[in-house]
Design a protein around this ligand. Structure first.
Ligand SMILES: C[S@@+](CC[C@H](N)C(=O)[O-])C[C@H]1O[C@@H](n2cnc3c(N)ncnc32)[C@H](O)[C@@H]1O
Length: 234
């Protein structure tokens, strides 16, 4: 029986190509195929763009379509289909990488691929190579400590406004709010309600069009795009 291949989930970091790890570069260039995610509407992959300066010309890149939808059935269908395609390559004994933005274990498409793959190919060999998250890059960019001593850090999503924040316990002193691009007004109200007053937002951290918002009120008027997060503190 033919030896099965191995899948590597690789984090390419938040945007600056200098923030890829040596292991990420070495592994993707030793792969037969590099998979990456793109919206179903186009073939653009930001993860590949970030990795491009380090990516060998000999590596085959396959972009997998992922619909940007809140319809769970539709999304599940895409994850299963894409996991199946990756599984086929593993069956052929290929070494395969899946590039993902930031870190593969943090709000990442790779997590969904893994779940589907575990169902369709339970024995698949997988190794995850961590990447620098967007919020670690943002904290570094702002020379801002994320957490110290006995403090806690909450990492949450702002996709539904301030709803997660309102449930946050009183001893959480620091928050990373990702997906802070819509419902910003509600997020801002919730931050004030829960007592966070040392807040800063950053869009497209580490990229040429990076924007820092030292005043979150300003963010409300700017219609920030998807690549925005907030670091909040008490
Ligand atoms: C699906 S999550 C991906 C997180 C990624 N896996 C990570 O480890 O950072 C997408 C969210 O990450 C944040 N994000 C990713 N890259 C960013 C960047 N360069 N600057 C600011 N926020 C970013 C935004 O909040 C965005 O809505």
């Amino acid at each position: 029986m033919k030896k099965k291949g191995k899948l590597y989930g690789i984090g390419v970091g938040p945007g600056d190509p200098d923030l890829l790890t040596l292991k990420a570069v070495r592994t993707m260039n030793q792969s037969d195929i590099v998979f990456t995610a793109a919206s179903s509407k186009n073939c653009y992959s930001l993860a590949v763009e970030i990795a491009r300066p380090h990516l060998s010309k000999h590596v085959r890149i396959i972009t997998l379509p992922f619909p940007m939808t809140s319809d769970k059935t539709l999304a599940q269908k895409a994850w299963d289909k894409n996991a199946l395609q990756i599984g086929k390559m593993l069956d052929q004994g290929k070494t395969v990488s899946f590039l993902t933005l930031g870190d593969p274990c943090t709000y990442s498409t790779f997590g969904y691929i893994l779940k589907s793959l575990k169902t369709t190919m339970p024995g698949a060999q997988v190794e995850t190579i961590p990447g620098i998250t967007s919020f670690h890059a943002a904290a570094a960019r702002l020379n801002r400590t994320l957490v110290e001593a006995e403090e806690s850090l909450l990492i949450t999503s702002g996709a539904y406004g301030g709803s997660h924040l309102r449930k946050c316990t009183t001893d959480v002193r620091n928050v990373v709010m990702m997906k802070a691009y819509k419902n910003v007004k509600d997020i801002n109200v919730a931050l004030k309600e829960v007592g966070f007053c040392d807040n800063v937002a950053i869009s497209r951290c580490g990229r040429v069009d990076e924007k820092i918002y030292l005043d979150i009120d300003e963010l409300e008027t700017m219609n920030p795009d998807y690549w925005t997060l907030i670091l909040a503190g008490k």
